[in-house]
Design a binder for this molecule. Structure first.
Ligand code: TPP
Ligand code: MG
Length: 336
């Protein structure tokens, strides 16, 4: 069912009342545009040798991070993936601090210590990203355990992880543990069908990953991860389920049109496959939906485009003009 929807050029909105919330729609549109432009800029800066370490871009997957994070409460905890720029921007992490972080500057959101793959912003409930795929899941359980032990009933802890990570033992153990202890964890599986160059069909016999939830006594939710409205609505339902009933698995189907990491010869997939998905990219799809349904005018879409381009330019200016961390501070904020 989800696969049929994936090649739609528009979006599906079941709760029509969302469509009268123009501020929400504008925020979704701007967040999608910001994530796309932010990552394109990071790619450019990387090519100029201005970024050290590595980067993982989620071009094509913008709706997963934005739609899910926007469906959360500001107080919810979130553990993000190595491909997490969109997830943290959706939760409200400022792009100036993110750009400075990626450029390893003192003004970065982690004081230049973490870079692209380790962005954390505790004030926004973002407990960090992880270079160990799948390690988010047990940490999300720990955060959920804190909520449970403190008797906090209106917050959830979200673990983002990929289809590749979903095969890690730690992820299976976390789903089992969360279920046994009835912890408020939303397991958010971003299924882009590849773990590096390995297609999902070469990694698991049963590729319908939502079925796994049953093995842990959990409910599963699924959505078209290239449709920001579908993601937002489904993540909202999943969150409500967690608050009322305990953990669940949410599977979001998407595709990264960018390479796996800083270098990727794309030898494991065809140009046609990539182009097919580029044609249904989440930013264009949502813009088209807003236009077709006369929710936004062409001028309003263009204004959002200009405004977001401007904010990216300012973030780059902020990052590049920020000071490097001082060698005297090298041991500050380092715990291990
Ligand atoms: C424990 C561990 N094993 C292997 C790696 C190397 N690695 C980095 S990203 C990645 C693929 C992860 O695939 P998936 O979870 O589907 O996320 P995606 O990259 O598709 O977003 C792998 C194997 C790692 N970082 N950590
Ligand atoms: Mg993957």
């Amino acid at each position: 069912m989800v696969k049929d929807l994936l090649f739609s050029h528009s979006c599906v909105c079941k709760d029509r009342s969302l469509l009268s919330d123009k501020a929400l729609l504008r925020k979704m549109l701007e967040n999608l545009m910001i994530v796309r432009k932010f990552e394109e800029k990071v790619f450019e800066l990387f090519g100029k040798g201005l970024i050290h370490g590595t980067i993982h871009l989620g071009i094509g997957e913008e709706a997963t991070g934005v739609g899910t994070a926007m469906a959360l409460s500001p107080d919810d905890f979130m553990l993000v993936t190595h491909r997490g720029h969109g997830q943290v921007i959706g939760k409200g992490c400022g792009i100036n601090g993110m750009m400075a972080e990626i450029l390893a500057k003192r003004t970065g959101v982690c004081h230049g210590r973490g870079g692209s793959m380790h962005i954390a912003d505790f004030d926004k409930g973002i407990l960090g990203a992880n270079g160990i795929v799948g390690a988010n899941a047990p940490i999300a359980c720990g955060a959920a355990m804190t909520l449970k032990l403190k008797g906090i009933k209106n917050r959830v802890s979200v673990a983002f992880f990929g289809d590749g990570a979903s095969n890690q033992g730690a992820v299976h153990e976390s789903m089992n543990f969360a279920s046994v202890k009835n912890l408020p964890v939303m397991f958010c599986l971003i299924n882009n069908t590849y773990g590096m160059s390995t297609h999902i069909s070469n990694a698991v016999k049963e590729t319908d990953l939502a079925k796994r939830a049953a093995g842990y006594g959990m409910k599963s939710f699924e959505c078209d991860g290239n449709d920001v409205l579908a993601v937002y609505e489904t993540a909202g339902k999943a969150r409500a389920h967690v608050l009322g009933n305990g953990p669940c698995l949410l599977v979001e189907h998407t595709y990264r049109t960018s390479g796996h990491s800083k270098s990727d010869g794309n030898l494991y997939r065809t140009k046609e496959e990539i182009a097919g998905w580029e044609a249904v990219n989440p930013v264009a799809r949502f813009s088209n939906f807003l236009l077709e349904n006369k929710l936004f005018t062409r001028e309003e879409i263009d204004a959002a485009d200009n405004h977001t381009a401007d904010s990216i330019d300012k973030a780059v200016e902020y990052g590049l003009s920020s000071p490097d961390p001082s060698p005297d501070e090298v041991l500050n904020n380092v715990f291990a």
